[in-house]
Structure formats: C-alpha cells, structure tokens
Design a protein around this ligand. Structure first.
Ligand SMILES: *[C@@H]1O[C@H](CO)[C@@H](O)[C@H](O)[C@H]1NC(C)=O
Ligand SMILES: *[C@@H]1O[C@H](CO)[C@@H](O)[C@H](O)[C@H]1NC(C)=O
Ligand SMILES: *[C@@H]1O[C@H](CO)[C@@H](O)[C@H](O)[C@H]1NC(C)=O
Ligand SMILES: *[C@@H]1O[C@H](CO)[C@@H](O)[C@H](O)[C@H]1NC(C)=O
Ligand SMILES: *[C@@H]1O[C@H](CO)[C@@H](O)[C@H](O)[C@H]1NC(C)=O
Ligand SMILES: *[C@@H]1O[C@H](CO)[C@@H](O)[C@H](O)[C@H]1NC(C)=O
Ligand SMILES: *[C@@H]1O[C@H](CO)[C@@H](O)[C@H](O)[C@H]1NC(C)=O
Ligand SMILES: *[C@@H]1O[C@H](CO)[C@@H](O)[C@H](O)[C@H]1NC(C)=O
Ligand SMILES: *[C@@H]1O[C@H](CO)[C@@H](O)[C@H](O)[C@H]1NC(C)=O
Ligand SMILES: *[C@@H]1O[C@H](CO)[C@@H](O)[C@H](O)[C@H]1NC(C)=O
Ligand SMILES: *[C@@H]1O[C@H](CO)[C@@H](O)[C@H](O)[C@H]1NC(C)=O
Ligand SMILES: *[C@@H]1O[C@H](CO)[C@@H](O)[C@H](O)[C@H]1NC(C)=O
Length: 797
C-alpha cells in the first residue's frame, strides 16, 4: 500500500500540475507524447519508445533501441523490474525554477514533462522536460551513487551524463538541446552552421537552440573578415542634423550643442556651434569642437579650415599631425580629426558647411549616444551649451520670407537623391533624411554659397564612408568639386565663408550698418588723434577694395586687422594726413576724409567713394584758461586833415565776423581770433585803410619792452604761421586773424596795438604785396595821406 501513495505524491506534488497520462507498462511501450512533444537535440518528437527489459533503460524517439541503426536515444541505468509507469504532466512554472537554478543555458520556463518511473524499494525517475525549442533531462533516484546516461544522436553518442548523489538522494538536470538544421548534423548553442565572411552573415544555432540567420547588427558593418563593427555616421549640414538613427532635427538658434557624448568613450565630447549667415532666422553649423575632458584640451575645427588647439592655430596639410592623441589632417575636401579611445574610433570631418561624425567600435552593443547625433528623445534645450555659445544665443530672430525662393524647384533639386547615380547607395544609406534636411533648408534660405550641392555632397560622402563610390555624381547634378576653404581667407567671428566670394558679413552683425547705410563705426576722437574703422565685409559687399582707399593725403591708407577684418584709418597731430583744422567757438575741428584713389588714367574702375570725418576738440591743457576782452570794441574818433572818421577795433571768433567777442566770451589759448579794423565816415572810392603793423605787449604802453609782432609792414609775421592777413588795403576796413597766445611767465595781460594808415587808392594799389617767406615789399606807389594812427585793444585772462 505504500507504493501507490509514493507514486501519487510524486506526481501531484507540484502545485498547478495536471496529469495528462499515467499508465503502467511492462517490458516496453510506445508513448504518444504529442501533448508534450520533446525537441531532442533540435529535433521535435511526438513518440517515445521505452524498453526496460534489456538491462539498460532505453528511451528512444524514432523506434525501439537498436545499436545497429542510427537512432536518437537516451540510455539510462537499468531498472530492477520489468514493470514501470509512464506519465505526461503539464505544469505551471514554479519560482524559482529548479531547472533554471541548475542549468544556466535554460532561460525559459518548462510547460510540461514526460516521465518514465520505476518504483521498487526506491523511486527512480527519468524525466524529459519540454522547454519549447530546448529540452532538459532529469534523473532522480532515492539513493546515492553515480549514475551514467548516454545521449545518442543518429546512433552516435553525443553526451554522457553523470548523476552522482549522496545520502538517500541523487538528482541531476542535463541539457539535451541543440540544432539540427534540415535534420542533419548536430550543432550546439552559438555554433556557426554556415558563414559568409565577406558579408559577416550565415546561420547559427542560437541560445534557445533555434537555427537563426545572422548578420551584423543595426549600426554595424562587416569588415570583410567575418568581423562586424559598430559603425555609425551622424551628418550635420547647415541647420540640419541627421542622427545615427536617421532622424532629422533642425537647430533654430545660434547656440553651441553637444553632438555626441557617450559613456563608451567618456573622455570625448563633440560639440557644434551654430551661427547665422545671410538670414538671421537660419543657423548653419559654423565650427565643430572636440573636447577631451580629462586633459581639458579643446580642438576647434573652424569654417575656414583653420584648426585651433586651445587658442593656438595649427597649420595643417594632408600629412597627419598627432596632437594630444588626436590625428589631424586636411585636404581639399575638409579637415579630419580622428581619435581612438576606449576601443572606439571617432572621426570628425568638417568642410565648413557639413560635419560628419563617424563612430566605430566593437560590435555587440550599440553605445548609448547622447547629443544631437544620438538620443533623439532629449530636447534641444537640454543639449544647448550656453557657455560655449556666443552671447544671447537663444534669442529668436524673424525675417520676412524670401519671395524669390520657389520651394517646388528646391524640392525637385533635393529629390535628385532619389535617382541614379545615388540609387547605388540607397540600400546602404537611406536618402530620405538627406532629402528632408535639404528641403527644409533650401525652402527658406536662398540657394547660394553652394547650398544646392551641399546635401547631395553630404549624402555622397556618407556613402563613400561605406566604400560606395557614386561614379560621376557631380557632373550628373552639376556640382563642382570641393574648393579651397573661403578662397584661402580667414574669416572673423562676424563673418562667414561664402563659396565664391570669401568672407561675408553675418546678418545680425551687419543689420545695424545696413539699416543706416553706414560702412563702419563712428569716428573715434582722442586727445590728439582721430580714427575711423570700416567693416571689411561691408566694403566687400559694395565692391570696394579697401587698399584703394586713403585719406586726403594719399599716403595715409587703411590698416586691415587680420583677426577682425576691420579697416582702420587714422591721423594725429604728428601724422596729419592732410587734416584740416578749423575752430568753432571754443572747439577745434580736425577734418579729414576717406576717398578712392585719384585715377591716374582717364578711367577708374573703383566706385567713387568719399567719407568725411571730423573731430571736435577743446584744445588740451587750457581748460582752466580763458581770455576775456577788456573792452568789447575800441572806438576812436579821428580828425585828420580833410578826413573825419571813426575807427573801431573789434575781435570775432568766426571768419564771417558775425560772432563778436563779448565781455563774457572766453577765448582759449590757441583759439583763432579775427580782428577787424573798421572805419566809418571814409569814402571808399578814394581811400583805403592799410594796417601797417600790429603787435602785442604785456603792458598798456605800445612801446613796451616785451613785444610780439603779428603784422609787420602790412604783412603777416612769417615767424607765426597762425597769423593771416585776410584783408588789407582794400576798402575802408581791414582784417586779420591769429591764434590766441599769452606771454610766457606770470603776465596774463595782453595789449594788442595796431598802426593804421589811410592810402589813396589808385587802381587798387593800396594792398601790400606780401610774398611767402622773408621777402616782403610794399608797393612803391602806396601813397599815405597822413601820419599813422595807433589803436590798442586790451585783453586779460
Ligand atoms: C527490448 O530489448 C530487448 C533486449 O535487447 C529486446 O530483446 C526486445 O526486442 C526489445 N523490445 C522491443 C520492442 O524492441
Ligand atoms: C548499458 O549501458 C552502458 C553504458 O552505455 C553499457 O556500457 C552497457 O554495456 C549497457 N548494458 C547492456 C546490457 O547493454
Ligand atoms: C536494483 O537492485 C539492486 C539490488 O537489489 C539495488 O542495489 C539497486 O539500488 C536497485 N536499483 C534501482 C534503480 O532500484
Ligand atoms: C517563469 O515562471 C516564473 C514563475 O511563474 C515567472 O516569474 C517567470 O516570469 C517565468 N519566466 C518566463 C521566461 O516566462
Ligand atoms: C561522476 O561524477 C562524480 C562526482 O563528480 C565523480 O566522482 C565520478 O568520477 C564521475 N564519474 C564518471 C564516470 O565520470
Ligand atoms: C545517420 O546515420 C546513418 C547510419 O547510421 C547515416 O546513413 C546517416 O547519414 C546519418 N545521418 C546524419 C544526418 O548524420
Ligand atoms: C578584420 O578586419 C578589420 C579591418 O580590416 C580589422 O581591424 C580586424 O582586426 C580584423 N579582424 C580579424 C578577426 O581578423
Ligand atoms: C568627463 O566626462 C565624464 C562623462 O561625460 C564625466 O563623468 C567626467 O566628470 C568628465 N570629467 C571632467 C574632468 O570633466
Ligand atoms: C582661449 O581664449 C578665450 C577667449 O579669448 C579664453 O577665455 C580662454 O581662457 C582661452 N583658453 C585657453 C586654454 O587659453
Ligand atoms: C577593449 O577591448 C578589449 C578586447 O575586447 C577589452 O579587453 C578591453 O577591456 C576594452 N577596453 C575598454 C576600455 O573597453
Ligand atoms: C517671430 O514670429 C513668430 C511667428 O510668426 C512669433 O510667434 C514670434 O513672437 C516672433 N518673434 C519675434 C522675436 O518677433
Ligand atoms: C532671396 O533669394 C535670392 C535667391 O533665391 C537671393 O539672390 C536674394 O539675395 C535673397 N534675398 C534676400 C533678401 O535674402
């Protein structure tokens, strides 16, 4: 009575178990196990042939055991009787699964099992578990010892299993899974069945014992020697970013962004800076930066082909330079920076318009990429790097759409990527993201600066990275080969490279100049110099060659700053460059102009150009000093022979003699003063007033010992260049001008004396003839009518 109880408890002991079959048999039996088929080493069976009579217990799948025929069998240790039980049980999985606990190769739960059981003084079970495409053999007996079992596949022993137990218990699990493609030879887990090294493809037995085709994983490429490598490219062209998954993103602002950073290559970060070009509302990738974060080294690839390592510019050519572990080289098509870190090789290509970042590394796992090139789920603002951007990068600008852009035509252009010869690359690289990026950009930005070829070029280059050459694509779509960067020019921060012309002004920078139609900044006036700075790119837009410009003195040309491309013209007190000085009240005006070269021939090819610029000064060093006139005017009544007239001496601060010096007018040292000697009551037809001489003394006496001559014998004292006799001997008034001065020393008083004559006019011969230099003579025919008159004007400070 004990035996059936044991049997039942063993069979039903599992929670959720359902007995499907439970039958006694003697000697041998054929079991239908279609309700719990067993996949024995990759071959699925629905019949079981059990023979327990011949010593060993044989459990075969394709007919009773016969050592002469090739069969699939398990040969287990003998049962001691000729009767046994066979059962099929379906069961709910238990947790933790004892099978999975014993066999690491089994990952899925069993669903049912087939059991051959022998019950004498001990209970012995041979159990086959159905685990889908896999199968497990369990041997358990309530005794100790070593129990060996053979697994035969097509009559050949493929495994010997050793169940060894101690105490009154032996229990062991064995994996009887494998693959037999087309019922043929046995392959174990992960074994390659067939392989094509050149394509890295073939068939293998996978980890669930299923025959599976293999090839390189997504974003992986075959190296031609059965080796797959992770190999993915991200393209940034203009405002568009085509990430490694083929998603298209578009940068709207003028900021720096992380393009790529990955925990697989922790020391490297690739950034891109976006800037506007012709339109304020469209940004283009402007520079690409590699940041090696353990060393803090920063390598910038600039739009004009320059490479800066930290702040030092490198001179690159086609031979590779190794800088901080980064291989840098440059050719006609662009600059390439290549760095190998942590088993990954990152190559960054940049041609000023398009950046391509290629990451190559071990196959197997796709590195998680952060940045615009990788994780498309992160928002743009998370990837923005304000610290690396020019100020105010997030500001949005609006511009009216350019009505001349025809989006239908640009779409047609972009769709060229759908046709030959690009089709040769379609299976490798999807052209759609490139077409989208092309359309988005060309539909809102004028097709200039080579933009109509830019996206085709980017696609063709991505193809070439996969060794696909698109023969003759350039001539097919009328694109010329890449040209030297910026025509060899170095553009400043406020400029961008235009393919045909060189460096042009960026829209936001140029906007204030364009709206006011100016070419530069206001004149900068300092103590004794003046300068004006013109913007090189604005001059170029207007077709003006800066080297043809000069100040009034032709030898004074503009200086071009190599870094900023700004042209500066300047003059100062020692290098006057044709400057003209005049005064206006207490101000001195220094005047000059920028103009184009006077053409030496009969034609000129420079557009005519003229910019006035002036500086207004209060003469330095005299701020506290001011002269005041003691008498506004000096009037003298003169009766001389037949002549009876009044003589007035007056000072003015302007050449037109409209602003008379008043008692409160402060005259500065070196300020130009006009002095008029005016008469009333004289007949201008017959006499003229001639100023014979004027001089200054520091005392009221006209013959004081300290004397300074302004006019001598009717002519300006040639020793004082500031004195100008403006009118003398012509009519009834005479005028002269001079720059205010003071006597050295303590004396601040100044007396201005003039001696006048009346001259009888005879054919306008009263004006003294003065020649420059020292030779002075007076007209011999000058006839004076009487003794000279003296008049004095007093000044003080
Ligand atoms: C079982 O095995 C014995 C001994 O080898 C053999 O004589 C007998 O024919 C087998 N039974 C069947 C059904 O093959
Ligand atoms: C039982 O199997 C073992 C192991 O394969 C073998 O050595 C032995 O000869 C077999 N016994 C009989 C009676 O076939
Ligand atoms: C078979 O019987 C022998 C002796 O009677 C015993 O030693 C052995 O454990 C038994 N084997 C099984 C599987 O019951
Ligand atoms: C196996 O069964 C356990 C217990 O029910 C369950 O937790 C687990 O998810 C199952 N595993 C699989 C691969 O289905
Ligand atoms: C079976 O396994 C036991 C314990 O691991 C070992 O002692 C014994 O030698 C093994 N027997 C064979 C035939 O491999
Ligand atoms: C199985 O074995 C038989 C001979 O026993 C042989 O003819 C046949 O080719 C084998 N099949 C395979 C797939 O190995
Ligand atoms: C296969 O080729 C690649 C590239 O040529 C090489 O880097 C790699 O070491 C090769 N792998 C093997 C296993 O030969
Ligand atoms: C370098 O980058 C890693 C990962 O991006 C970061 O955890 C680490 O702090 C960085 N180190 C420095 C010095 O910036
Ligand atoms: C590079 O120049 C910038 C600005 O001129 C400065 O802020 C930065 O510190 C410099 N970097 C190095 C490494 O010299
Ligand atoms: C690079 O690859 C080798 C071989 O696969 C591996 O042993 C090593 O850990 C890898 N190094 C890094 C930094 O992942
Ligand atoms: C730009 O235009 C958009 C839509 O027309 C508007 O929402 C936005 O406020 C404008 N921005 C500026 C700075 O004018
Ligand atoms: C508008 O686009 C045309 C070309 O399509 C270009 O020549 C022109 O300069 C653009 N105008 C403005 C204001 O951007």
């Amino acid at each position: 009575m004990l035996r059936p109880l044991l049997f039942l408890s063993a069979l039903i002991g599992l929670a959720g178990a359902t007995v499907i079959l439970n039958q006694d048999f003697n000697d041998s039996s054929v079991l239908n196990i279609s309700q719990c088929p067993i996949t024995f080493y990759g071959k699925k069976y629905e019949q079981l042939y059990v023979n327990i009579t011949s010593g060993n217990v044989t459990i075969c799948f394709n007919g009773f055991f016969n050592p002469q025929t090739g069969q699939d069998c398990i040969v287990a240790p003998p049962f001691n009787t000729t009767s046994a039980k066979a059962g099929i049980v379906s069961e709910a999985p238990v947790s933790p699964s004892p099978i999975q606990a014993n066999l690491s190769t089994i990952k899925t739960n069993e669903t049912c099992f087939v059991r051959v059981q022998h019950v004498t003084t001990v209970v012995t079970d041979v159990i086959l578990f159905n685990i889908g495409t896999q199968a497990v053999l369990k041997y358990s007996t309530m005794q100790s010892g070593t129990f060996l079992m053979d697994a035969l596949v097509n009559g050949t022993k493929v495994d010997t299993f050793n169940a060894t137990g101690s105490g009154a218990k032996t229990e062991a699990y064995f994996d009887i899974s494998g693959c037999r493609p087309s019922g043929g030879a046995l392959f174990r887990y992960d074994a390659v069945i067939t392989s094509y090294p050149e394509t890295c493809s073939g068939q293998m037995c996978d980890e669930t014992a299923v025959v599976r085709n293999f090839s390189c994983g997504p974003s992986e490429r075959c190296q031609g020697n059965n080796t797959c490598m992770f190999d993915s490219t991200c393209t940034v062209s203009g405002p568009a970013v085509i990430d490694i998954h083929g998603q298209v993103n578009s940068v709207q602002d003028r900021c720096a962004y992380t393009l790529m950073s990955t925990p697989s290559v922790p020391d490297l970060q690739v950034l891109a800076n976006f800037q506007e070009r012709r339109r304020k509302d469209v940004s283009f990738v402007d520079s690409v930066t590699l940041r090696l974060n353990t060393t803090g080294v920063r390598i910038d690839l600039k739009q004009d082909g320059r490479v800066q390592v930290d702040n030092t510019t490198l001179t690159l050519n086609s031979s590779v330079q190794l800088i901080h572990g980064v291989e840098l080289s440059k050719d006609q098509t662009g600059v390439i920076a290549k760095v190998s870190l942590s088993n990954y090789t990152t190559s960054v290509f940049f041609d000023g318009k398009t950046a391509q970042i290629r990451l190559k590394g071990p196959a197997g796992k796709v590195p998680s990429l952060q940045g615009l090139c990788g994780n498309s789920s992160s928002s743009l603002s998370e990837l923005r790097l304000s610290a690396y951007s020019a100020g105010g990068c997030e500001t949005q600008y609006n511009e009216t759409t350019n009505s001349t852009i025809n989006c239908n035509m640009t779409t047609e252009r972009c769709n060229l990527l759908k046709a030959a010869p690009f089709t040769a690359c379609h299976s490798d690289i999807d052209p759609e993201p490139y077409i989208t990026a092309c359309n988005n950009t060309l539909c809102k930005y004028p097709v200039v600066d080579g933009l109509n070829c830019q996206f085709l070029e980017a696609y063709a280059r991505a193809c070439s990275l996969h060794n696909i050459t698109l023969e003759g694509w350039r001539s097919n779509v009328s694109c010329s080969p890449p040209q030297a960067f910026c025509q060899g020019k170095i553009c400043s921060a406020h400029e961008f490279c235009a393919e045909k012309t060189g460096c042009l002004c960026r829209a936001i920078f140029a906007s204030p100049y364009r709206s006011t139609d100016t070419l530069g900044d206001p004149t900068v006036c300092s103590q004794n110099s003046a300068s004006i700075t013109l913007v090189g790119c604005l001059l170029m837009e207007k077709g003006i060659d800066y080297s043809a410009l000069h100040l009034k003195d032709q030898n004074c040309t503009g200086q071009m700053d190599e870094l900023t491309n700004m042209v500066t013209f300047s003059f100062n007190s020692s290098r006057t460059c044709g400057m003209e000085v005049s005064t206006n009240n207490s101000q001195l005006i220094y005047k000059n102009a920028i103009m184009t070269q006077n053409s030496s021939g009969i034609i000129t090819r420079n557009s005519q150009f003229y910019i006035d610029f002036s500086c207004f000064y209060t003469q330095p060093g005299i701020k506290t000093m001011g002269f005041r006139i003691r008498q506004i005017s000096v009037i003298k009544q003169i009766v001389s022979g037949t002549w009876n007239y009044t003589l007035t001496m007056k000072a003015y601060t302007d050449a037109g003699r409209t602003k008379a010096v008043e008692s409160n007018t402060k005259i500065q040292l070196n300020q130009k003063i006009w002095v008029g000697l005016e008469t009333d009551g004289l007949d201008g037809n017959s006499v003229a007033v001639v100023t014979d001489s004027c001089w200054a003394t520091n005392q009221a006496l006209s013959n004081g010992s300290l004397r300074y001559d302004l006019i001598k014998k009717g002519c300006a004292n040639s020793a004082d260049q500031t004195v100008k006799v403006e009118r003398n001997g012509q009519g009834t008034s005479s005028y002269f001008s001079f720059n205010m001065f003071q006597f050295s020393g303590n004396s601040t008083d100044l007396y201005l004396h003039c001696k006048l004559d009346l001259c009888v006019t005879q054919n306008n011969t009263c004006n003294p003839v003065c020649s420059g230099g020292s030779r002075r003579r007076r007209s011999a025919r000058l006839t004076y009518v009487n003794a000279p008159t003296l008049i004095t004007m007093a000044w003080t400070d």
